[in-house]
Structures are given as C-alpha cells and as structure tokens.
Design a protein around this ligand. Structure first.
Ligand SMILES: NC(=O)c1ccc[n+]([C@@H]2O[C@H](COP(=O)([O-])OP(=O)(O)OC[C@H]3O[C@@H](n4cnc5c(N)ncnc54)[C@H](OP(=O)(O)O)[C@@H]3O)[C@@H](O)[C@H]2O)c1
Length: 407
C-alpha cells in the first residue's frame, strides 16, 4: 500500500460493514483532502473470507462490525495489544466487556472509538466525551431503541402490540426474533455505555434494570392521553443519593418533554445539567448507511488524532430504589367508598395523587391516576396492598412518569 494511505482492516461485511466499505470509498477523496492520507480498506474478514492475522498486520486501524461477544472480543483485544486503534459498533461487547477493552486501550495508548454503538447516527458519544467533558451531568434520558419506539408510535395511533410488531417486522425495523429489542435489553446495553461515558463510573449491562414493552395495554395509552401523557421506552442514567441509578422502563412523558415528540424509528438522548439546563440530540438510531456514517466519523476522528481512551473509572454506588412519579391503573367494582379506600392505603405509603381519571363501565369502574414522585419500594408495597382489596378486579398496573417539561 502507498505510504499516504491509511489502512483500515474491516471485520464483518454485513449490513453495516458493506455500507461502511461503500461510504469509505465514496468519501475517501474528501477525507484525503482534509487529512493528507487516503483511507482504504486494506483487508476484510467474514465467516468465509480472509484471515484475522493478515487483516491485522496490514491495518493502521481495525473496524469491528461483526457484533456479539466472541470472536469480536478476542479480535479487539489482540488488535489493541498490537498497538492498533479500533472502531466498533458493538453495544453488546462494550456493555459487557467495556472496562477490559478500555483498560487494554489505555495500557497500549491506542484509541477505542464506538460512536455507532449508541443511537446510530446521533453523535451522542462524541458530545459526552468531548463537548460536555467539563459539564457535570445530572441525568440522561434516552430513547435508544428505534424498534420499540416505532412499535409504541403505532400503538399510540390505535394498533395493538401484536399489530404494531408485525408492521415493524414488515417494514424492516424489527428482526424476525425481536426479543432483545422488545425486552428492553438492547436499550439497557446502550444505557450502560452512556452511563459509563457521562459519569465515568463502570456500568455493566447486568447493573441495568430493564423492563420491556411486551406487556403494555393499548388502553393504558388511551387513558394516559386523557392525562396529557405519551408513552416511550426510556433509558435513564442519573445521579441520586450520592450514587448512580441506571434503568430502562416504559415511561409516560408530558408533551413538553423533548423526548415526547420523538416518533417512529428515531432515537434521541436528553442530557440534563445545572450548567446547560437540557440539551437533546435526535436522529436515526440504526440502518446500514446511517450507522456506517457514524463509524466513518470515528475513523476520521482517529486519523485526526481525536479523543484518547476514557479515563480510569471512579466507581459510584449503584442505587436501585429511586423516586419516580407513577401512572396507576386499577379495575375496580363500581361502588361507594372504593376511591377513598385506595387513596387511604396510598397515603399510608407516602404515595400522593397528582391527577385521577375515573370512568364507570357498568358494574366495573376504571381508576387511572398519576402520583407525585415516590420511592419505587413504597409504591410497590402500596400497590400490593391495594391489589388485596376484594373490589379490585384485575392486577393493578403501574408505569413510570417523567414529570419534567422543558417549556
Ligand atoms: N444493523 C444496524 O442497523 C446496526 C445499528 C447500530 C449498530 N449495529 C452494530 O453493528 C454491528 C454489525 O451489525 P450488522 O447489522 O452489520 O450485522 P450483520 O449484517 O449480521 O453482519 C455481520 C458480519 O460479521 C461477519 N461475521 C459474523 N460472525 C463472524 C465470525 N465469527 N468471524 C468473522 N466474521 C463474522 C458476518 O460474516 P458473513 O458475511 O460471512 O455472514 C457478516 O459479514 C453489530 O455490532 C451491531 O450491533 C448495527
């Protein structure tokens, strides 16, 4: 290869890998004009093509677009130990072996870039690492899974969960096996990575509590609309009680929250800090070309000498029991005294009510309420006791509510 070439070894030539190879070829001339070196693909590895050793030895930098844990982890460690910079879009790997990889990158003074691992084309990693590196961040909320956001958008328009999932599969936003997306696990992996970036504390996927969207009822969305709320799968990472809480849950938002307007397969991340109040980044969270453009941005960042490996972590305690407002849905017998009995039990557990919708349905009534912020453990105890009343006709349902609106 010519000396003015920057050699990129490519691991994986699937949806993102092939889009990346095409984009790199298309943009190589422009990148050369700015950087003086022309990026070229110097070797490719797939299941049926190439040898890792050859790809590694020819490369100035490796791009990993295989996905999953092994063999990607082994390849990245070997590349970092060989002093090669690495770019990866692999959220599973980074959320489960991030510290090992960052530590190896630090030891060998090489870069490990991963913009495409969270929120696809939205440059949230770089903004957290660079633009906001001197900003003490209080909280991050993210819609970081486009599949579930698409499904919830369809449900808000009146589809059932099954219809919305089938439509997501038909248009290519959901895979044949959508379980990682709809269970919240994919979003949890991305929130682990974002939390590590924003708070400098190691967060493993196993530290993130998550809940998916499979169990949601269309009528929750309907009642919530009457209360001025819309439903999203929201990941949260926040400082609380001197520690850090990271979780993913279906969450109601008031219309003034910046994430409320994010619809379809889009992703968005909101960063809150006293210094900057709130800023939101949004855009396409997946797709071959969109993800490839984030990967190419990382390659160019390495070529221009950008961002060093993240600093060694300072562990914050992980807090599980956090405060939130809640939506509470109860099916009850329509008889006098029911609302009073419910609010008495809630009050005994410090759960205070912000708003209520009550609707009679023959012998039954629906009680839908939104609480003020309360510790999750108190809410759970109160709901369990309410569920024991003989007038309660089905399992009470609860969904978190984000109260802030930035209007
Ligand atoms: N697709 C998206 O929209 C998107 C968005 C954000 C992030 N990502 C991330 O980007 C990465 C790649 O995703 P993708 O959708 O492009 O995956 P993909 O279409 O399944 O492609 C995977 C590629 O890796 C190769 N590969 C698989 N196992 C291998 C092995 N053991 N040894 C060598 N090569 C192997 C495959 O080889 P063969 O060609 O021989 O099968 C294929 O070329 C993943 O980490 C994913 O999470 C994807």
């Amino acid at each position: 290869m010519a000396a003015d070439h920057f050699n990129v070894g490519l691991l994986g030539l699937g949806t993102v890998g092939s889009a990346f190879a095409e984009l790199l070829e298309e943009r190589a001339g422009e990148i050369e004009r700015f950087n003086g070196r022309r990026p070229v693909i110097s070797g490719v590895l797939t299941r049926t093509r190439g040898s890792f050793e050859d790809v590694l030895s020819d490369a100035d930098l490796l791009v990993e677009l295989i996905g999953g844990i092994e063999p990607a982890r082994g390849y990245l460690l070997r590349a970092l130990c060989a002093g090669k910079d690495v770019v990866s879009a692999n959220k599973q790997l980074l959320s489960q072996h991030g510290e090992e990889l960052f530590e190896t990158a630090r030891e060998h003074d090489v870069r490990l870039r991963f913009e495409a691992a969270v929120a696809g084309a939205v440059p949230v990693v770089r903004v957290l690492e660079e633009s906001l590196s001197a900003t003490p961040i209080e909280r991050i909320h993210g819609i970081v899974n486009g599949t579930t956001n698409f499904i919830l958008t369809e449900m808000a328009r009146g589809s059932t969960y099954a219809e919305a999932l089938a439509e997501a599969q038909r248009v290519g936003y959901a895979e044949a096996d959508p379980s990682d997306d709809v269970s919240g696990r994919d979003a949890a992996a991305k929130m682990a990575i974002l939390a590590r970036l924003a708070f400098g504390s190691p967060v493993h996927l196993d530290d993130v509590r998550y809940e998916g969207i499979e169990h949601l009822h269309g009528d929750d969305l309907e009642y919530a609309r009457e209360l001025g709320l819309g439903l999203k799968l929201v990941g949260t990472a926040e400082r609380c009680q001197g520690g850090l809480s990271v979780h993913v849950h279906p969450t109601f938002l008031y219309s003034g929250h910046p994430l409320a307007a994010v619809s379809g397969p889009f992703n968005a991340v909101t960063v809150e800090s006293e210094t900057i109040t709130e800023l939101t980044m949004s855009g396409p969270g997946a797709g071959g070309l969109q993800t490839a453009s984030a990967v190419l941005g990382d390659v160019v960042s390495v070529m221009t000498g950008g961002a060093r490996p993240p600093a060694p972590p300072l562990a914050l305690a992980l807090i599980e029991d956090v405060e939130s407002a809640y939506y509470l849905h109860l099916d009850v017998a329509d008889r006098p005294g029911v609302l009073a009995s419910v609010t008495k039990v809630l009050g005994e557990h410090d759960v205070s009510i912000k708003s209520v919708v009550q609707r009679g349905m023959g012998e039954h009534a629906r009680l839908v309420m939104v609480t003020h912020p309360v510790l999750e453990s108190s809410l759970r105890e109160a709901v369990q006791r309410v569920g024991e009343f003989d007038f309660v006709r089905s399992e009470p349902r609860t969904i978190r509510v984000i109260e802030e609106e930035f209007v």
